[in-house]
Ligand binder design. Sequence first.
Ligand code: ATP
Length: 228
Amino acid sequence: MSLLTLEGVTASYGASQALFGMDLTLSEGEAVAMMGRNGMGKTTTVRAICRMLPAQGRLVFDGHDLTRLASHRAAQLGIGLVPEGRRCFRDLTVEENLVVAARRGHWDLSRVAGLFPRLAERRGQRASTLSGGEQQMLAIGRALMTNPRLLILDEATEGLAPLIRAEIWAAIARLKTETGLSLLVIDKSLKELKGVADRAVLVARGQVAWAGAMDALDAETSARHVGV
Ligand code: ATP
């Protein structure tokens, strides 16, 4: 059954339209990659799903019409977001950042520490003193602490050093294989996405340019629409 459905979704920033009929379906336990060049509407799609931006069209999560919900209700329904640019509470410690997000369920401090042992080592440290990669781990940990049914990762490895990137991709793969969490992963790295995603959606000018099984996405199609 489809957990998330978008059909013909449009959204604008003032007079400037960014989504021109976006379609997306994601089933329970599925991992979908969303790819595309800069400025094509990936983050805007995420904002529409998380109710951070008004949108028109059909947006349904777990049977609920998202267009009628406030953003905190979308989170309560089980949509967890790791936003572009991380956004942790800089003056709180690692542990405080995790605890303020906590909701009852599978994910707790010890399970997040198991996924990211570095966070356990730094649990008393302020978030502002963490490296970029550690802050990204904390952002993922925070989202997991809400015990989401769908985790959305927006450019989770952007700008990070290769070793840290590899650690984060390994964690995302574990989320998929060990917990069966539904994932929407926005990124440009075809190679890494092939390791975690079941399907891919390529976005251009605020709508879907290509959609299909991850295995069916070849380098040429990816290069045409993503450009990496
Ligand atoms: P990127 O990887 O660069 O974030 P993206 O595919 O996520 O790219 P969006 O951020 O969704 O793209 O941007 C889609 C369009 O909306 C672009 O034309 C962008 O300039 C515009 N846009 C995004 N955010 C805003 C904003 N806050 N105000 C006005 N226009 C915006």
